[in-house]
Ligand binder design. Structure first.
Ligand SMILES: *Cc1c(COP(=O)(O)O)cnc(C)c1O
Length: 391
């Protein structure tokens, strides 16, 4: 007979989901109420307000899409791209490739600006593409590439898009809450994120925000948005302010309790403090890894603190090592993707998982597992190096 599912307790240091704090899990188990209940609507308003803080924006059209980050991506493209529109898509990892698919599926033309995996978007190449094509509608790029651990210069790319009269569409799934991100100050027009990375809420919700210029483009569309569910004009009737909410879809009530709680925690910690925490623990992890003799893929200048791509030493059985971490330490880290499969591990330090305890656990578990595979590394020094970094 099938019985209740009781998952093991893991430490999640992969590319997401990240550890969800007990406070957030507790919030999620509170009684389900109606999604048009006045008390629920009040909570929705608080979520909106706290998302504006997290995104650093005054955008009225800031809301959580009831579906994972990929749906936030789709919400941006399906509302802003019409057949024939040209969109510059910057690709330096997995997620830029998905942006291209989105543009093309909605009838647009993707003008690709490609950079090697492990390097940031080259702003000069974006400028050259804008110069070459006079009729670009939007520039789309990934702020924090989770497949490689690279940060691109969102501020510079968005400023460039503005100079050329284009919209900017930004993937901030992994950046929100983990590194500096300022939607209004940087002039970002449309942005989407996810809950299961640095916000440390359960997966399944995608915060999005659209600025004035993006809304004007949506209002001026010549064709109907080809997705009913993601059509912002329709969703606005439900998430837009005011007391009279129209039924659009049944909101994922309990998951939104969880998001609300994680945003309260972010607000209590302070956004700048959360950014600083991610950096602090990254520095300690890096010091420990380097002391052990392991290298990082990404240049220090554009390295994400919340996603560390570690070069796998020669002779390691990658899959066996990750199983060892999972079985012996209940610790999850991520595998490399695409061209980096078998070459890198992706160690996440996201949200609630970004702690000193996790840094020390990960270093110990990696060291012991590498030694057990007979790999020559420097032993007995990683913990001290990380500890020194904390001082
Ligand atoms: C995780 C991720 C996504 C997709 O989010 P899902 O919630 O898995 O749909 C998109 N972009 C980036 C950069 C991500 O890290």
């Amino acid at each position: 007979m099938i019985r209740s599912f009781n998952p093991p307790v893991r430490t999640l240091m992969g590319p997401g989901p990240s550890d969800v704090s007990p406070r957030v899990l507790a919030a999620m188990s509170r009684p389900t109420i109606g999604h048009l209940d006045p008390q629920f609507i009040q909570m929705m308003d608080e979520i909106k307000q706290m998302l504006k803080y997290a995104f650093q924006t005054e955008n009225e059209l800031t809301m959580p899409v009831s579906a994972p980050g990929s749906a936030g991506m789709e919400a941006c493209f399906v509302n802003l791209v019409e057949p024939g529109d040209k969109v510059i898509v910057c690709q330096n990892g997995v997620f830029g490739g998905r942006m291209k698919e989105n543009v093309e599926r909605f009838g647009g033309v993707a003008v690709m600006v490609e950079d090697a995996w492990g390097t940031p978007v080259d702003v000069a190449k974006v400028k050259a593409a804008l110069e070459q094509h006079g009729d670009i509608k939007a520039v789309a790029f990934v702020h924090a590439e989770t497949s490689t651990g690279v940060r691109s210069d969102a501020q510079a790319i968005c400023a460039l898009a503005r100079d050329y009269g284009c919209l900017s569409i930004v993937d901030a799934v992994t950046s929100l809450g983990g590194i500096e991100l300022k939607v209004d100050e940087w002039g970002i027009d449309a942005i989407y994120s996810g809950t299961q990375k640095c916000l440390s809420a359960p997966p399944g919700i995608s915060p999005v925000s659209f600025g004035e210029r993006a809304i004007e483009v949506i209002q001026a569309r010549k064709t109907l948005v080809p997705s009913w569910f993601l059509d912002k004009k329709l969703v606005m009737g439900y998430w837009g302010g005011g007391a009279k909410r129209a039924y659009h879809h049944t909101a994922p009530v309990n998951t939104l309790y969880a998001l609300h709680e994680s945003l309260v925690m972010l607000q209590d910690e302070g956004l700048e403090n959360a950014w600083a925490r991610h950096d602090r623990h990254h520095q300690a992890l890096k010091a420990g890894l380097e002391a052990m003799g392991l290298g990082l893929l990404v240049d220090e200048a554009c390295r994400l603190p919340q996603l560390n791509s570690v070069l796998i030493p020669d002779g390691v059985d990658d899959a066996a090592l990750r199983s060892q971490l999972l079985n012996d330490y209940s610790l999850e880290i991520g595998a490399g993707l695409g061209a980096l499969a078998g070459k890198t591990w992706r160690i996440g330090l996201m949200g609630a998982a970004c702690t000193q305890r996790n840094v020390m656990l990960c270093l110990t578990a990696l060291e012991n597992s590498l030694v057990s595979q007979g790999i020559a590394i420097n032993t007995g020094v990683a913990g001290a190096a990380a500890t020194a970094a904390y001082r």
